[in-house]
Design a protein around this ligand. Structure first.
Ligand code: NAP
Length: 435
């Protein structure tokens, strides 16, 4: 028998567990560890609550968790309750699938003013992440800005612009729904440091903006190169740029506006004790396609500024870390002997949920090449881990505990919502009678 620990229960963790389970069958036990008693990581805490079709992938992960060879061990934080070195003693291989939970810093003056919020925090707030339940983003001003031209920037701008009615069918948490419903924000400026041809937004996500109830996307046709310049673009990007161009034809007469401000690089954030405006520098593209400042600056009013410029992994004691890339130092997923990384912890924060599947399967292949399916070791796996955790007073949970939490969330759901998430660690444990 072999024992494998997958640390993190988001897409990368589940695809890796699925691959290991397929490769080893009855000759391995795979434990998926998570710091929370609720699984799915990015699916629960990152994917936008109004994108339920993307969240449905968790049904596939349920099948993995229900497989005889796979266990979910929740409420165990690696680094706090058990170290990576200890896991390597207990398991034949340890695969870090811990994602990229931290917002990348802007590195500009004023970034620490109240009202400036990283996308990890803002997204976590509306998705019921326990660390951000009390974030209380300022929504009483008329102007907000979102920095970045990726899909996360679009998610944040869209969530800020939707009506209560448009959240029907979503699993946005009640505290965020009420706060957004009472929000005074009427203009969200989406700041891109480069131009329409350099966006990292995908067509489906951009297309949604053209059909919102109370909000309209605004673009300035002068920001676009001549139409003929779209022809050589990669098809997905060409479609996105076409959608952006089309926004110029929409009727701008709606109560809320999402203004695309291209060639606008944030230089500093100003305000009297809190964010009031962001100073941006007009840019142009240099020969390499990078943003080059022109020296012209102007102010964009914003009492809420969400910085959606990417993420980084959280370093773990004893695991070599690539500061620049915001991920673990690894060679094709291998960090050290019997220690691997998958997903964003391996590649950095890019790609869709599906990108994690080949990634997980590739690392599972590496594990299988290093220790053949059917081979054995005398490492204790879960039995040893549970004994260690018990000696430390930790309270691990299992998959069926999660199903109890899920039942409670479903039972508590508002009309038109699939669930009302429990958003505090204590509430999860209380539901299980363990607080
Ligand atoms: P992203 O796609 O890498 O976009 C980051 C954006 O931030 C880029 O436009 C980048 O501009 C900009 N940026 C970076 N540093 C900046 C700075 N210092 N100042 C101003 N702008 C800066 O990252 P993301 O939006 O966080 O998304 C992460 C991944 O998740 C992506 O692969 C995304 O597609 C995926 N995702 C998918 C969905 C979906 O499918 N529905 C939803 C959310 C996220 P430059 O290009 O100039 O660097």
């Amino acid at each position: 028998m072999r024992h494998f620990a997958v640390v993190g229960s988001g897409p990368a963790g589940f695809y890796t567990a699925e691959a290991l389970d397929k490769a080893y069958g009855e000759s391995a036990r795979i434990d998926i560890l998570d710091r929370y008693p609720v699984p799915y990581g990015l699916i629960r805490f990152g994917v936008a609550p109004d994108h339920q079709s993307l969240k449905a992938v968790s049904k596939r992960y349920d099948k993995v968790a229900e497989s005889a060879g796979v266990d979910f061990i929740g409420n165990v934080a690696v680094g706090r309750d058990v170290s990576v070195a200890e896991l390597l003693e207990l398991y034949d291989a340890v695969i870090l699938a811990v994602g990229s939970p931290h917002s990348r810093k802007l590195g500009i003056p004023g970034e620490d003013l109240p009202g400036v919020i990283g996308s990890a925090e803002f997204v976590g707030w509306y998705n019921g992440h326990p660390d951000y339940t009390d974030l209380d983003p300022p929504l009483s001003g008329e102007h907000a800005a979102v920095i970045g031209n990726g899909n996360v920037a679009l998610d944040c701008a869209r969530i800020l612009s939707k009506t209560r009615h448009e959240f029907e069918g979503s699993d946005i948490v009640g505290h965020a729904l009420d706060a957004l419903d009472a929000s005074a924000i009427r203009t969200v400026t989406i700041l891109g440091r480069r131009g329409p041809h350099q966006i990292a937004m995908t067509p489906k996500e951009l297309g949604e903006l053209g059909h919102l109830e109370a909000a309209v996307p605004i673009v300035d046709p002068a920001d676009f190169p001549p139409l003929a310049a779209d022809a050589p673009l990669e098809p997905g990007l060409r479609k996105s740029v076409g959608l952006l161009r089309g926004f110029a034809d929409l009727d701008p007469d709606k109560p809320k506006r999402m203004v695309f401000d291209f060639f606008a690089k944030p230089v500093r954030i100003e305000g009297d004790g809190k964010a009031e405006r962001i100073i941006v520098e007009r840019t142009e593209l240099d020969e390499a396609g990078a943003a080059r400042g022109t020296g012209e600056t102007y102010a964009v009013p914003a009492s809420l500024i969400v910085s959606a410029i990417g993420y980084s992994s959280a370093p773990i004691d004893g695991v070599p870390y690539d500061e620049r890339g915001g991920k673990f130092l690894n060679d094709g997923g291998r960090i050290a002997d019997r220690l691997y990384a998958v997903g964003w912890a391996r590649r950095g924060p890019s790609g869709t949920i599906g990108t994690n599947r080949p990634d997980g399967y590739e690392v599972a292949d590496q594990v299988a090449a290093a220790m053949a399916p059917g081979s054995a070791s005398d490492r204790p796996g879960a039995k040893g881990l549970k004994a260690l955790l018990e000696s430390r007073g930790a309270m691990p949970t299992d998959y069926y505990d999660w199903r109890k939490i899920e039942e409670t969330e479903t039972a508590n759901a508002r009309p038109g919502s699939p669930r009302e998430k429990l958003v505090r660690h204590d509430d999860w444990l209380r539901t299980l009678g363990r607080s």
